[in-house]
Design a protein around this ligand. Structure first.
Ligand code: CAA
Length: 381
């Protein structure tokens, strides 16, 4: 067992970290306040190949392994998790399913521009009445010659207003008394496929989150992804991978909050000495650091299992996502506690990290859903 990153993975950490510190972190607060989409930052990340990190070079990607992917997302999230979630979604739940399930034509037409960062991707699974119960979706696709006609509403679509390629799950019929669910690739701008609303969120406000409306949207049959009736295999198979990304993003938020808390505790004087000299603060910092390291190890382990094609990768990804997201929330709360009243002020970064962390136990499967996936995995074994 080797706990060291390879030279290449270390280079990814250094180069992405440097870009994130210089180009993303300094404007993160401004973009958060204005709910401004970080277009310029994404263009820089695209130049580094980070919008198609896990895609092979032959399809325009950077050809990273999953460990490098996790390392890069942690570095981006340390600077701004809004940017990290945009990058995670386009990579994990748009590029990746096209790589795994797409035809050669779909890969050339959609994956190549996504991986090069010329286009951004999104994933449309959730609906107003179907979040955790993803199979409860109602969006329908009716066959019409060489097309399917889609009608429905998709909610919580990260990148909705910005993306040009969407993976959309819809009911195409019934099989053995169960819904037959199919995935489609839909191009942004297709008639009837529109942004219905923009969510004004508590955190990760620079990332755009939208409700999308589908009214008589005509999608050619050649855009079926993974075959008729395999929609949930595409969706859940992608989420197995996506959850490694959200775990890494959560580690990044926790690490950023920890570093701010360490710095503040050395600067802040109370009762005649820096508060870092009080055991109550030291114990908090020790727990924050230990648990964040544990979250990082779980995340990198899940990523290494993915690289090794391990059959329990989904379970490991859910463990990492569960632990890292819960930890990010605890660490950010403790970082605010160490900052005292200042931590509650928008003048300090920990206030933003706390808001940003809150969604991590919810999106790409709540903590409660992760526990279902994990328990199924260990019981099956
Ligand atoms: N890989 C491949 N296929 C899988 C799978 C996996 N990991 N897990 C399940 N499936 C398949 C099953 O085999 C089944 O197929 P058949 O019908 O052909 O047998 C189908 O998917 C349905 O599976 P289940 O019967 O197990 O479904 P369930 O109703 O019991 O639900 C669940 C299981 C784990 C609760 C699931 O609904 C789930 O993960 N819910 C959470 C959804 C989620 O994570 N949403 C996130 C939204 S995306 C997002 O947040 C992105 C963003 O923009 C940030």
């Amino acid at each position: 067992m080797n706990f060291e990153l390879s030279e290449e993975q270390q280079m990814v950490r250094n180069s992405v970290g440097e870009f994130a510190r210089n180009e993303i972190a300094p404007v993160a607060r401004e973009y958060d306040e204005a709910e401004k989409f970080p277009q310029r930052q994404l263009e820089g990340l695209a130049e580094l190949g980070l919008l198609g990190m896990i895609i092979p070079e032959e399809y325009g990607g950077a050809g990273f392994d999953a460990v490098s992917y996790a390392v890069a997302l942690e570095e981006i999230a340390k600077a701004d998790s809004s940017v990290a979630v945009i990058v995670s979604v386009t990579n994990s739940v748009c590029c990746y399913p096209i790589l795994c399930f797409g035809t050669e034509e779909q890969k050339l037409k959609y994956l190549v521009p996504l991986a090069k960062g010329e286009k951004l991707g999104a994933f449309c699974l959730s609906e107003p009445q179907a979040g955790s119960d993803a199979v409860g979706l109602k969006t329908r696709a009716i066959e019409d010659g060489d097309f399917y006609i889609l009608n429905g509403t998709k909610s919580w679509v990260t990148n909705g207003s910005e993306a040009e390629v969407f993976i959309v799950m819809a009911i195409t019929g019934e099989r053995d008394g169960k819904k037959e669910i199919t995935s489609f690739i839909i191009e942004g701008g297709t008639a009837g496929f529109t942004v219905a609303s923009h969510e004004h969120k508590m955190g990760q406000r620079a990332s755009q989150t939208n409700e999308m409306s589908l009214v008589d949207v005509r999608v050619p049959k050649e855009n079926i992804l993974g075959g008729i009736g395999n929609g949930m295999k595409v969706a859940f198979g992608s989420l197995d991978n996506g959850r490694i990304g959200i775990a890494a993003l959560s580690v990044g938020i926790a690490q950023a909050a920890l570093e701010e808390a360490v710095k503040y505790s050395k600067d802040r004087i109370a009762f005649g000495k820096p508060i870092s000299e009080f055991q109550a603060v030291q114990h908090k910092l020790a727990d924050m650091a230990t648990n964040t390291e544990a979250a990082r190890l779980l995340t990198l382990r899940a990523a290494a299992m993915k690289d090794a094609n391990h059959k329990q990768t989904g379970t490991a990804a859910s463990m990492a996502k569960l632990y890292a997201s819960e930890n990010a929330n605890r660490v950010c709360a403790d970082a605010i506690q160490i900052h005292g009243g200042n931590g509650y002020s928008r003048h300090y970064n920990v206030e933003k990290y706390y808001r940003d962390a809150r969604i991590t136990t919810i999106y790409e499967g709540t903590s409660e859903i992760q526990r279902i996936v994990i328990s199924r995995g260990i019981l099956k074994d």
